[in-house]
Design a protein around this ligand. Structure first.
Ligand code: PHE
Length: 482
């Protein structure tokens, strides 16, 4: 996989590519983030918006990113420069790749801390700590973890190190093989948990919470978060999928792959949600408990059910591995950029970038204890701020620009050859990426700009976008029309 020079390598088969892309998509976003933000934003209506975003924005952006990757055949910065040149676009499009490199590193900084929690839980579970544990005991364990900087830093370091070592080596066979049993394994344990959820007596309530929309709870901020999550969960807008698609050979279908990825990713998130909220309601817990939701609920189920020790240990091991296969794709755009454009060895790049990510991650560690009351963006801790800026701004912005590039800059015959769709379907795709997806993203951005809550971050981003536009003008006289 990534130890190959980007422009030369290719996946052995279509299914290996799908596996790797699913490995990137399925991760903490599905198991940890989706349930907790769904709980915070009130359930059904939020989920509905999220599903719409996957369908109308996520999937078209995924196709767009695949097209850019397969055509650009390099790390995201270079790939954007390549496709821009080939389609008479401005050089400034490379900034889009840079946005992705930066977003990946920022996301990985907190991703590693949370994956560290799962590592800790795996070890606890193996030791039988959850056997017979009730919601209160599990809650205390979690509080204890968050209160201990030493523990948090230890597990964060362990996860970051593992990621660095794998990426430094180049990941070929190990990860490919792991992903082969990872996804089915995860799905299997989620089904077992689903069986357990139906015995809690609160399954129907959980189902209703997820699928019965109550629009009175929906704010523009919630819509922004749902949209941001569609990007986050499908690994969009920052070049992960672009890098992976740069290894796809011409005979494989990116449309088929994209649909599979979106389907698998969505199913796993919904299953996790159904299970977690059954346990929440059965134990009188709070749906809006925040980032600890997964960690305060599932151990209760493992503590109660037959074989819970085994399934619990397996589950947290799988969470760690799912997080690992996403983490690799988060740092890969940066590593391949350093390797190809800055002539740095892969090993050096992985260690240097990993060290930077590790240090930024300390801010997230402190967000749960010493810095808990410190606000970076209004009302947001360091962790919340990084999460907000990346998932809700940088990724949608990146995705927006990608669709704009495909729709208005890239030659139509290139897009046509890439997607191999019938004319009507191709026209639908064009209609969505020309009008629906960009306008939806812009409306969501604009509505948050006028909301008091997100005013400052949105103004900052608008200034950033304007600056990129100016650079674009100065350097190459604007983007060429087709
Ligand atoms: N999609 C991953 C998840 O849901 C996170 C991720 C985001 C990975 C962006 C790569 C790029 O956990």
């Amino acid at each position: 996989m990534s130890q190959l020079k980007l422009s030369k390598g290719s996946w052995s088969t279509q299914s290996v590519f799908i596996m790797a892309a699913v490995g990137s998509a399925v991760g903490l976003g599905n198991l940890w983030k989706f349930p907790y933000i769904t709980g915070e934003y009130g359930g059904g209506a939020f989920v509905l918006v999220y599903l719409f975003c996957i369908l109308l924005i996520g999937i078209p952006v995924l196709f767009s990113e695949f097209i850019l990757g397969r055509n650009g055949k390099a790390n995201p910065v270079q790939a954007m420069a390549n496709v821009a040149r080939e389609n008479n676009g401005s050089k400034a499009w490379a900034a889009l790749g840079f946005n992705g490199v930066l977003a990946g590193l920022l996301i990985l900084s907190f991703y590693s801390v949370i994956a560290g929690w799962a590592l800790f839980y795996f070890v606890e579970s193996v030791q039988g700590k959850f056997v017979g544990a009730d919601a209160k005991a599990v809650g205390n364990l979690f509080e204890g973890l968050l209160g201990s900087q030493v523990e948090l830093i230890f597990w964060h370091s362990l996860f970051a190190l593992t990621t660095i070592v794998i990426v430094a080596k180049g990941l070929k066979s190990g990860i490919e093989k792991a992903i082969n049993f990872l996804m089915p394994g995860l799905f299997f344990i989620l089904l077992i948990l689903l069986g357990y959820a139906t015995t809690t007596g609160y399954f129907a309530q959980s189902f209703e919470f997820l699928f019965k929309p109550d629009f009175s709870k929906l704010t523009w901020n919630a819509v922004l978060v749902a949209m941001g999550h569609a990007f986050f969960t499908l690994s969009l807008g920052m070049g992960s999928m672009m890098v992976y698609a740069s290894y796809v050979s011409k005979q494989h279908s990116i449309v088929k792959a994209g649909l599979w990825i979106a389907f698998a990713d969505t199913i796993i998130a919904l299953l996790a949600g159904l299970v977690i909220f059954s346990i929440v309601f059965a134990n009188g817990l709070e749906p809006g408990a925040g980032p600890g939701l997964l960690f305060q609920t599932l151990p209760v189920a493992f503590g109660e059910m037959a074989g819970g020790w085994l399934f619990g240990s397996l589950f947290f091991a799988l969470v760690v591995m799912a997080a690992l296969s996403s983490a690799i794709s988060l740092i890969e755009p940066a590593v391949s950029w350093f390797e190809q454009n800055w002539a740095m060895s892969r090993i050096k790049a992985a260690w240097l970038l990993g060290a930077i990510v590790w240090v930024i991650g300390l801010g997230t560690v402190l967000s749960f204890n010493a810095w808990a009351d410190l606000h970076f963006l209004p009302e947001k801790s360091f962790f919340d701020s990084i999460d907000f800026i990346t998932a809700n701004i940088m990724l949608p912005l990146g995705g927006l620009m990608m669709t704009i590039f495909i729709a208005w800059v890239m030659k139509k015959q290139v897009v046509e050859a890439e997607l191999e769709l019938q004319t009507e379907l191709l026209n639908v795709f064009y209609f969505i990426i020309k009008w629906i997806a960009p306008i939806a993203v812009i409306i969501v951005f604009a509505s948050n700009l006028v909301s008091k809550e997100n005013l400052w971050p949105m103004i900052a981003v608008s200034i950033g976008v304007y600056l990129v536009y100016l650079v674009n003008k100065v350097r190459a006289g604007g983007v060429a029309e087709r």
